[in-house]
Design a protein around this ligand. Structure first.
Ligand SMILES: [Zn+2]
Length: 248
């Protein structure tokens, strides 16, 4: 956010504003945030100048955006309201977008981390071929595989993955994710996740973070290819396994 018509510029970090927002009494939050912004911008020596503020909340993570967009579940898409069940179908999603929520932007940093964690958690479960980890036997298999994957990332790429960090969530940050995607063969060998899918995700994430104009037609076909590949993997994990139980 800048206020530079009077020649003064001020950059206010979203994080600071979110703290102010959280601490302010409900119902009075907009006013408190507005006053905070004004207090940070010195216009006292130019009283005749106008100040125009455009506040854009574009660097938020999923849980904050969920609250602000009044989406009632953290599993739902804030743009089209699709649930995980809608997302994991072969037919694709064709739901009208809530264009108003485009204002929250897309945090590419969080995209890197979430894409990475998604593939990592699929990797943990590959030996049991089921998303749900039921029963002590399956729990032990997944836990042992998780330990092996973590140890191999540490040995081969010097990465500490999925370790809780006091006060900061987990050790999975943008750097962890980038190293994972920049080493698709090693990451695939360790997790068992298809190398091509890791590569396609890496291109998608690189394009989103590039800041360059995107050829939407080409990007759409890349997304489509990646989606189909991803769904095939999901189907192998969930549906084939379900069929196996049905046939048994
Ligand atoms: Zn959506």
């Amino acid at each position: 956010m800048t206020g530079n018509e009077a020649g003064h510029g001020a950059i206010v970090r979203n994080r600071d504003l979110i703290d102010v927002w959280i601490e302010a009494p409900r119902g009075n939050r907009k006013q408190v945030v507005y006053e905070k912004i004004l207090s940070l911008i010195d216009i006292t020596d130019e009283p005749s100048k106008h100040l125009k503020i455009d506040m854009m909340l574009t660097m938020l993570d999923g849980s904050v955006v969920n609250v602000l967009s009044e989406t009632n579940s953290t599993m739902k898409c804030i743009i089209c309201g699709a649930t995980p069940k809608d997302m994991n179908t072969l037919t694709g999603i064709n739901r009208p977008p809530n264009v108003d929520n485009y204002r929250f932007g897309l945090s590419t940093l969080h995209c890197w981390i979430r894409f990475f964690e998604c593939l990592l958690h699929i990797g943990y479960r590959l030996p049991i071929k089921s998303w749900q980890v039921r029963g002590p036997e399956n729990k032990a298999i997944v836990e042992a595989n998780k330990k092996r994957i973590e140890a191999e990332f540490r040995a081969k790429l010097s990465l500490i993955v999925d370790k809780p960090k006091p006060g900061y969530g987990s050790s999975n940050d943008g750097n962890t994710a980038r190293i994972f995607f920049h080493n698709p063969q090693t990451s695939s060998d360790i997790t068992g996740v298809d190398r091509e899918l890791i590569e396609k995700f890496a291109i998608i994430l690189g394009v989103l973070a590039s800041g360059c104009a995107i050829d939407l037609e080409k990007f759409a076909s890349l997304l489509e290819e990646a989606r189909n590949l991803y769904i095939i993997i999901i189907i192998i994990i969930i549906i084939i396994n379900g069929l196996y139980f049905v046939l048994k």
